[in-house]
Design a protein around this ligand. Structure first.
Ligand code: PMP
Length: 423
């Protein structure tokens, strides 16, 4: 049945999409940290940051249904909910970030961020990390090296290595800033002024590098000295995932010029946005108008508001911190027993486990990582990989993940690693 469905999918949706796992999972229902297939089998979701407060959380479902039955329209009329939600959302940001513009996807938020950065800085150059992903539009795809070697990067794009704490010692923050400065110099030699440095503040697709806190500071100072802005892409780390703060950038003691939000914001309902410093937005606002038909519609705002209510009401930052620490301890214990594990990196419930062929060479164990992911899937545990070599296990469960859930995952990972090491 699964094979027939895959064939039908390809016939109808065309060849551009990829499914997770050698044996793709057919899901029909979600609840909390669990996804269910048509036979009623439960899969532990250890990957999905979209369902940030848990799949189909009743509070969010109810808010969406209630608002959908009262009013849903585009955003050229006055309605309260967009204002109430904007006010609530901005209350989680430093006072310098005083405006929010709503979009439907993280890509739209990033695309808007680029336009605003160009208008404000007068520059046109962008600096991204080596294996970054920032979105689906043509321009963003042209600055998302993670899409593959065949991806043609834009002329005004420069790439810098991520602060890889596993492979380089010393002060990774200073080193990262030096790379940014070199990229600014390189742009200048092509007659291009920088518009912005855009960074996923936990370096998700680069392999997950959360530490040390504060590491982004020198790079942010460097781009500002050159007249460019700093855009924090919070699509992955945002909304409390790191356990200590609502936003990844806050761990680094910086206040960005623009912050893009997405994925977890509506717990699956398409809600996204761009938070901005008013002075940065003023240049763009004076020259251009922005309209996004579905951005900030009443149902999206109701969903977003409910997500914030649940994050607060269920104290999910605290849970992310505690469960994250528990998970990390368990992973460190596995690392002591399994030679495949070279490094464990974590902030709250955003965890990377880097697999290597040998500890001395740190050679990426890409094939083994794929085998672990598929082996876990056969044990009905869902994760994925990150990093330029796909050798970093990407662990990013809903924030309602419990220590009991962590035990299930750790036991399955232990078992899977042992099986692979036997081969
Ligand atoms: N930025 C980052 C860091 C992302 O991970 C993603 C989505 N994977 C995006 C932007 C784009 O978001 P969307 O898919 O909602 O357009």
């Amino acid at each position: 049945a699964t094979r027939a469905m895959i064939a039908r999918r390809q016939q109808l949706l065309g060849p551009a999409y990829r499914l997770f796992y050698e044996n793709p999972v057919h899901v029909v229902r979600g609840e909390g940290v669990w996804l269910y297939d048509p036979d009623g089998n439960a899969y532990l979701d250890v990957y999905n940051n979209v369902a940030c407060v848990g799949h189909c959380h009743p509070r969010v479902v109810e808010a969406i249904a209630r608002q959908a039955s009262v009013l849903n329209t585009h955003t050229r009329y006055l309605h309260d909910l967009v204002l109430d939600y904007a006010e609530r959302l901005l209350s989680y940001f430093p006072p310098d970030l005083g405006h929010v513009m709503f979009t439907c996807t993280g890509s739209e938020a990033n695309d808007l961020a680029l336009r605003i950065a160009k208008a404000h800085s007068g520059g046109s150059g962008f600096i991204v990390t080596q294996n970054a992903y920032h979105g689906v539009t043509d321009v963003l795809a042209g600055m998302s090296p993670s899409l593959g070697a065949s991806m043609v990067l834009g002329d005004h794009v420069r790439i810098v290595p991520a602060p890889d704490t596993y492979r380089s010692g010393g002060d990774v923050g200073s080193a990262f800033a030096e790379h940014v400065e070199a990229a600014i110099g390189d742009l200048a030699r092509s007659g291009v002024r920088p518009a912005a440095l855009i960074v996923d503040t936990i370096f998700s697709s680069d392999g997950i590098f959360p530490d040390p806190t504060g590491l982004l500071k020198p790079a942010v100072e460097a781009i500002r000295r050159a007249g460019g802005l700093f855009i924090a892409d919070e699509v992955q780390p945002g909304f409390g995932r790191t356990g200590s703060h609502m936003w990844g950038f806050a761990r680094h003691g910086i206040v960005p010029d623009l912050v893009s939000l997405g994925k977890p914001m509506g717990n699956g309902h398409p809600v996204a946005g761009l938070v901005a410093r008013p002075e940065v937005l003023s240049t763009f606002g004076a020259r251009m108008r922005y309209f996004n038909t579905f951005g900030g519609n009443p149902v999206s705002c109701a969903a977003g508001m409910a997500v914030l209510d649940v994050i607060e009401g269920e104290a999910l930052l605290g849970n992310a911190r505690r469960t994250g620490e528990y998970l990390r301890t368990g992973l460190d214990e596995l690392a002591a027993r399994h030679a495949l594990i070279g490094d464990v990196r974590a902030a709250g419930l955003f965890v990377g486990v880097e697999l290597v062929r040998e500890h001395s060479t740190r050679e990426p164990a890409s094939e083994a990582a794929a085998r672990v992911v598929n082996g876990l899937r056969e044990r009905r545990i869902l994760i994925s990989t990150a990093g330029p070599n796909g050798n970093v296990l990407k662990i990013r469960p809903p924030l309602v993940f419990t220590c009991e859930n962590a035990n299930v995952f750790l036991a399955a990972l232990d078992d899977t690693l042992a099986e692979i090491e036997r081969i």
